[in-house]
Design a protein around this ligand. Structure first.
Ligand code: ZN
Length: 74
């Protein structure tokens, strides 16, 4: 299990949201982050509508690197 704040995940552009997002894999954490964004950050949901599949794949690849660098909470 790893965790990061919404801001650390890069969901919250000004970087002020301290809600903890958790997951066992980068994919799971990405999904949990998305659910949080959809409930709390309508402005970011708007921005994400413009993302292409390529943009999403790039975000996921970047996030995988961040996830691997996070300490394991286990
Ligand atoms: Zn947030």
């Amino acid at each position: 299990m790893k965790q990061a704040t919404c801001a650390q995940m890069g969901n919250n552009m000004p970087g002020t949201c301290q809600t903890m997002i958790q997951g066992n894999t980068a994919e799971e954490m990405g999904k949990n982050g998305m659910a949080h964004v959809q409930q709390n950050h309508p402005d970011i949901v708007e921005q994400m509508k413009d993302m292409t599949d390529e943009d999403r794949a790039k975000w996921m690849a970047d996030f995988q690197v961040k996830f691997d660098a996070m300490p394991d909470m286990a």
